[in-house]
Ligand binder design. Structure first.
Ligand code: S3P
Length: 171
């Protein structure tokens, strides 16, 4: 049974972009957890947060993690906060290789600013310092990953290549 490839990491580290590339290259199915939640609930992530709050979003996230962990051979891009619930990490690692994408705070800042308004946990007047603080608070959770890949200054293609190389070495 082929293990799932699970990308974790802070917002704006490129999980979805890189994940879909890896899936295309390896001819695997790609699943974006946020998109899956949006499909199931019938609302965008921002709408879910606004209408029902973060608790509802996290419970949907947990359910999707459980569902995906029962499948195999997938490439999964998680949402940046999947690590907040230890049970998600335990679930996703049953049958998955966990890879954490990392990036420098200023680069994350640039990237998330290009997609303003889609991430409810980031305030309107976002500063690099906010990102530094959130990263610090989550650092001990992201380091649980089996592999960590720095994406700063790299194209999605380069990051995808690096990950594919890691996976080859795993075989
Ligand atoms: C979140 C990250 C988002 C999304 C939600 C919460 C987080 O996903 O799941 O807004 O807590 O870091 P991306 O990492 O794809 O932005």
């Amino acid at each position: 049974m082929e293990k799932n490839i699970v990308l974790i990491g802070f917002m704006g580290t490129g999980k979805s972009t890189v994940g879909s590339r890896i899936a295309a290259r390896l001819k695997r199915k790609f699943v974006d957890m946020d998109k899956e939640i949006e499909r199931v609930v019938g609302m965008t992530v921002s709408e879910i947060f606004k209408r029902y709050g973060e608790i509802r979003f996290r419970s949907e996230e947990k359910l999707i993690a459980q569902k995906l962990a029962r499948e195999s051979g997938l490439v999964i891009a998680t949402g940046g906060g999947v690590v907040l619930e230890q049970v998600n990490m335990d679930t996703l690692s049953w049958n998955g290789i966990i890879i954490c994408l990392e990036a420098a705070p200023n680069e994350i800042f640039e990237r998330v600013n290009r997609k303003k308004g889609t991430r409810p946990l980031l305030r309107k007047n976002l500063q690099v310092q906010d990102i530094e603080e959130m990263l610090k608070a989550r650092e001990s959770l992201y380091v649980q990953a089996e592999y960590r890949v720095n994406t700063s200054g790299k194209s999605p293609e380069q990051v995808a290549n690096e990950i594919i190389e890691i996976l080859r070495r795993e075989e």
